[in-house]
Design a protein around this ligand. Sequence first.
Ligand code: ADP
Length: 482
Amino acid sequence: MKLKILLVSAEVHPFAKTGGLADISGALPVALKKLGHDIRVIMPKYPCTSKAGQKIQALQMELNIPGFQKKGSLFKSELAGGVPLYLVQHDGYFKREHLYGEPGSDYPDSVERFSFFSQAALEAVKSLDFKPDIIHCNDWHTGLIPVYLKSLYRNDAWFSKTKTLFSIHNLGYQGNFPRSQLKTTGLDESLFHQEGLEFYGQFSFLKGGLMFADVLSTVSPAYSREIQTPELGFGMDGILRKRSDRLYGILNGIDDTTWNPKTDPLIPANYGPKSLSSKKQCREDLIQMVSLKLNKGTPILCMITRLLEQKGIDFIMEARAALDKQDLSLVVLGTGVTKYESFFKQWSRERPDRIATELKFDEALGHRILAGSDMILMPSHYEPCGLTQMYAMKYGTVPIVRAVGGLKNSVQEFNAKTGKGTGFKFKTPQAKFFLKSLEKALSCYHQTKTWKKLMLNGMAKNHSWENSAKQYSRLYRKSLRC
Ligand code: ADP
């Protein structure tokens, strides 16, 4: 059955991206369209959206949002495969340098910005004469949509058959705000209670999504279980346990048109399983670019990540002395918390021959680093899905990961005897276990044939969106029966 789906997201690749959410919001709709669904996407119109190299056209449609004085307007563009993408313009809210706020903080009017955007998405589909069967909401920015539908829009015939799926991409980001700001959302104060929006004295966008959506999903089966525990539930585990019959885990796919070493225009030499030797050129390019001085057999490790506590940078810091003793090099691309940025910067100042740090967000550089490296480190404390390890495998770059969330589901421990597996995993969150895993990887690296087998195993993995999109289709259908 062909479904009418509206996917709502605060960031969509290639129009705006701070992390994996954008990759998913840009790629899943394309795969859903290929399955025959009528899928449309909506996001805010930021200044960066016009730099994505896609044509954007004004629709001359005003969006009147009850309770908000200023109107929004609607623009239209397209994702790959002709998926319609709508952009909500409101210069007061969205014409800003950053998507969410200066690094490390959210803009003070986040409640206004995202309750406006959420209602604008609902008003937009009416203006566009599009009656969605499903509204697929993503992360806290869109958490109030299911709440609006069951309160302010409860008697709106337009949405009488519309169901909602709320996807958690990272439970660590919740959109919790002082109770005094609830009135800004236009929602009634009576929703402020434990079974509603209240979360430890504040009101929570995320809790709104978790409580009011018809179906819930998250981005890997392992993470769907982990968030039901106090350790990784960020205070929401009780709610998630209560709604566990409606909670599903679907591993993200990767966009293999953007992330494919055979065709990637951003890397100096293309290669694939049958032409692996060309990866050497990518290595040479990387060594030159970041001025490393390596022996022929020195492996290059990399990290391409937001430099946040979540990402397990503390394990690397603790392991530094041991890493310095090994014949290896490390290239880091990332931005984030100052103490982690300073750590890597300092390390590369002290060991410029072996350690390179690029403190920026640079997509093209990400591709070059991934192609030129031998291994990628992802020792995360928690990782809802993680995409970079799947990109890495595609590029023959072996992941060394902590066995949590999507990392656990997408990387199989390599067994040199059987030749099966795609990377190396450690479970206990301690630097010494990370080091053990790394040592295992390093010893394999020096057995050329074994390493090649390992690279090829990863490259052969099918992480395409088609599989995940089929699972989402089933979930959408399930939600229609709720
Ligand atoms: P998260 O969503 O937690 O940031 P993911 O692994 O799911 O982690 O997705 C991260 C995405 O952002 C990947 O596409 C990764 O390559 C990219 N990325 C992260 N930091 C940078 C950076 N500094 N420069 C370029 N790309 C980056």
